[in-house]
Design a protein around this ligand. Structure first.
Ligand code: SF4
Length: 832
């Protein structure tokens, strides 16, 4: 008989003490005997008492290698993994890593498959326990029915970035993930993903900023500007390197609308009006050009600044002048490829030349070459941004003219680094910021050298050489890939662009979009229209609450896997997982769920290799072979609590790197010759806007919006040191440290509204509201409020912070616009 399941998430003092006392008790026993002594007791005892490597998968970007201590078959402690001499800075951990045992043994962990009780409403948490056999039968029947009736695309899979293993979890649509990728391509499912940070990622990838600096390289800087993030608070991996650079004499300057933790430990803090960053960057570029402070060598050798542009906006190349492309060796592949040289104006000869042959390429000017009227790329961009003077920036960004002038002069005159995070990519149109940043990098040359980098907070390391062939099914069907935020449009219109999609079943995994994505109310409304919803999760979340069927999923310490590369500041080491302990309760890995479901759906041969064989197929490439590295070695080392270093270290040396190989031109691009949207659904691309550095007001959160009369407060959010998104939302220790959500507002806004710290307030706009406790602080700008992200609906007094945010997507980069909203705040009178 079905058993009514408990899904209580409330934290009581008792449950917290019970969890920690149990862990401490086991730890205390273990502490009296060494690991070696246990291991000496034989294989069974060794399995019960051991130390292994298990990276932290908290999606903070750090991927800290953890040493996981197991005593009597239980994980009792996590601590930073030991690092060889020279890599001590990678030995790190934060409270999120330290509290992983509690996450593993969370009393509120989902323990067995559960089905919504028939006749109950979605979201009311009326679930009954069922067996895995029943759960998988139900999924197989429903999925097969909708695929037969409406096509594979009617099965929608919605994935986040919670975990990014080769086998389990997934990243962008599972294209680098075996479990998700094989299943979705076998049935031709529609794949929806988290759209959150793509404004920044897309912008920097197109510019070439993505690959040209790791935070490791800030050491040696004399000045570091940190903008759009709070690494001292929420990104331990990043912060260790910034701190080291500061110890060696770097001056840290933070630009943020919030007086963040990083701002508090900076040498200088500059407050900026939300969403106006690009205006400041463009004003700085103008200042450098107007005052002859441009780094000529870098601009001409490392960027597209001297390339001649034709009137149609494309570069002048040798072929335009009737010269056949030459064959050159591609440094990445070693293959001969045609190279159609870019043409520049050579001031030493006063004639045109190629970029590689010119002695003195011109940065500015208009030139007639081979019948083409051309201009240098820098001249065209200078014209595009000329209205943004320092005075304009001071006015529109709400900053001090002298301060921003002194800062750019310093930045251009000493080895400097610019570290950015996704905080300023959360307005609609904010991807344009990255062209301005790329121009700033090109003009200063603070790029591609130890102590001189522009970075979006880290770099991808060494995994480009993986073999992703097994991440698709044999004879794959096309998978429609769509940003999750467009789900309501897909639902309303029966698809999008070239994709016909009739969503009939929805499977959430590896993420919590119903709490984390903006435009939450609209998303929930659309999702609720789907006939059958499955959610793979480890605890009850806002997304899990929507499910008809809940599948309990393993913690990473219960899996064998290797973590995928995408991360902001990973270490120079591989990130393996060996099974520290057996799965708790009835939890299964994603991979096992895919295997067993495929069997039930009649294609059990889809996963015809063991987990280890799949890991090997992906990892054991000829490249790894050249270095004598294989996956078995990495996993074996992890089981001895040792790490294997990745052979591709992208750290810079003292030598300046002028090329990055990530862009079509092989140089830093602040001008996009062929702007390409992240998803092409047939939307029109406005080339005049997408090509050049520019600023476009946010859609709602901008100074002159008439809506500010009604809703005068800019919305904002921040990340916490205690949780990565919603991953630690239920961890007892974390709930003790961070018991409830707060809205931060400035005294200048609080006083006229009669609000004091501790008051209950209603934050609202036309989209929705959240009722929450107030914290009055000078730490946010006037006219700005901030609510830390990651909370679940049951943490708020009522409503949800994401009910305020818009479901806005820029149709070029398709990112979430978390901060692009205005709101009002009022005190809720007690008893009202
Ligand atoms: S949350 Fe991030 S910084 Fe903290 S231990 Fe995990 S990976 Fe490291």
């Amino acid at each position: 008989m079905a058993e009514k399941a408990s899904t209580s998430r409330s934290l009581s003092r008792r449950s917290f003490l019970k969890t920690t006392a149990a862990a401490a008790g086991v730890a205390a026993v273990a502490g009296t005997a060494g690991v070696a002594a246990y291991a000496a007791g034989g294989p069974e005892e060794a399995a019960q008492n051991k130390e292994v490597i298990g990276s932290c998968r908290s999606n903070c970007g750090g991927k800290c290698p953890l040493k996981v201590k197991v005593r009597n078959g239980k994980v009792v402690k996590t601590e930073p993994a030991d690092m060889p001499e020279g890599d001590e800075l990678y030995r790190r951990i934060c409270v999120k890593g330290l509290s992983q045992p509690q996450r593993l043994y969370d009393p509120d962990r989902l323990k067995y498959p559960m089905r919504r009780i028939e006749g109950t409403e979605r979201g009311t948490e009326e679930f009954e326990r069922i067996s895995w056999d029943e759960a998988l039968d139900l999924m197989a029947t429903k999925f097969t029915d909708v695929i037969d009736q409406f096509g594979g695309s009617s099965l929608c899979m919605w994935v986040g970035y919670g975990s990014q293993g080769f086998l389990n979890g997934a990243d962008t649509h599972g294209t680098t993930n075996i479990g998700y990728g094989r299943f979705s391509s076998k049935v031709g499912a529609s794949s929806f993903d988290s759209a959150a940070d793509w404004g920044g990622i897309w912008g920097t990838m197109l510019c070439g900023l993505f690959s040209t600096g790791s935070t490791v390289n800030v050491i040696g800087s004399k000045l570091i500007i940190c903008c759009g993030g709070d690494p001292a608070n929420s990104m331990q991996g990043e912060w260790t390197f910034i701190k080291k650079a500061m110890e060696q004499g770097a001056r840290l300057v933070t630009i943020d609308p919030r007086f963040s933790t990083t701002a508090a430990v900076s040498d200088q803090y500059l407050s900026i009006r939300p969403g106006t960053d690009a205006i400041l960057f463009m004003a700085w570029c103008n200042y450098l050009m107007d005052n002859d402070l441009v780094n000529y060598e870098f601009a001409t050798k490392g960027s597209v600044a001297p390339y001649l542009l034709k009137e149609d906006g494309t570069y002048l190349r040798n072929s335009d002048l009737g010269i056949e492309p030459a064959m050159v060796m591609d440094p990445n592949t070693g293959m001969e490829v045609p190279y159609d040289a870019y043409v520049v104006w050579d001031e030493s000869t006063n004639s045109h030349s190629t970029r590689d042959e010119a002695v003195q390429p011109a940065l500015y000017g208009q030139y007639e070459v081979g019948g083409f009227k051309t201009t240098t790329t820098l001249s065209l961009c200078r014209e595009a941004i000329k209205e943004y003077t320092m005075e304009v920036a001071a006015e529109r960004c709400g900053m001090d003219l002298d301060e921003i002038t002194a800062l750019i002069e310093e930045f251009a005159s000493v080895p400097s680094s610019f570290i950015t995070y996704n905080g300023f990519s959360h307005h609609n149109n904010s991807h344009h910021n990255y062209k301005s940043l790329a121009l700033l990098a090109a003009l200063t040359g603070n790029q591609g050298q130890q102590g001189r980098i522009f970075s979006i907070g880290g770099v991808m390391r060494g995994y480009f050489v993986l073999d992703y062939a097994e991440c698709v099914a044999p004879d794959p069907k096309p998978v429609a890939m769509v940003p999750g935020m467009l789900f309501p449009d897909v639902m309303a219109n029966g698809g999008i662009g070239q994709y016909k999609i009739n969503p009939k079943a929805l499977w959430f995994m590896n993420g919590n979009p119903m709490a984390m994505e903006s435009g939450r109310s609209e998303l929930i409304e659309a999702v609720n229209k789907v006939d059958f919803i499955v959610c793979s999760e480890s605890v009850m979340t806002d997304t899990a609450r929507m499910a008809d069927l809940l599948l309990p999923i393993c913690h990473p310490f219960e899996e064998v896997d290797i973590s995928a590369p995408f991360s902001s500041c990973p270490t120079g080491y591989f990130h393996p997982f060996v099974k520290a302990v057996e799965p708790s309760y009835e939890c299964k890995t994603d991979m096992d769920v895919f295997r067993e479901l495929s069997e039930k759906m009649g294609f059990g041969d889809l996963y015809d290799k063991t987990d280890e064989e799949y890991i090997s197929a992906m990892f054991d490439t000829p490249f790894m072979g050249m270095f004598g590295i294989n996956s078995k070695m990495v996993l074996d080392a992890a089981s001895r609590a040792e790490l294997v270093k990745c052979p591709l270290d992208m750290s810079f040396t003292e030598e300046q790197t002028f090329t990055n190989g990530m862009t079509a031109s092989g140089r830093l691009e602040f001008y996009w010759e062929h702007p390409a949207p992240r998803y092409d659904f047939g939307q029109e691309v406005d080339y005049s806007v997408e090509r050049v550095p520019c600023y476009i007001d946010a859609t709602e959160a901008y100074e002159t919006n008439p809506l500010k009369e009604k809703y005068p407060i800019y919305g904002n959010s921040n990340h916490s040191r205690f949780s990565a998104h919603s991953q630690q939302a239920h961890t007892p220790l974390i709930r003790e440290l961070q018991p409830e959500p707060l809205v931060q507002i400035n005294p200048a806004d609080a006083e006229p509204r009669g609000i004091a710290t501790g008051d209950i307030v209603r934050v609202f706009n036309d989209r929705g509201e959240v009722v929450i406790k107030a914290e009055v602080t000078e730490g946010v700008r006037p006219e700005t409020m901030c609510i830390r992200q990651g909370w679940q609906s049951d943490h708020f007094i009522s409503g949800h912070a994401q009910n305020l945010t818009p479901r806005l997507m820029n149709d070029f980069c398709w990112n979430s616009s978390f901060y692009d909203f205005l709101c009002e705040i009022e005190k809720v009178e007690q008893g009202a």
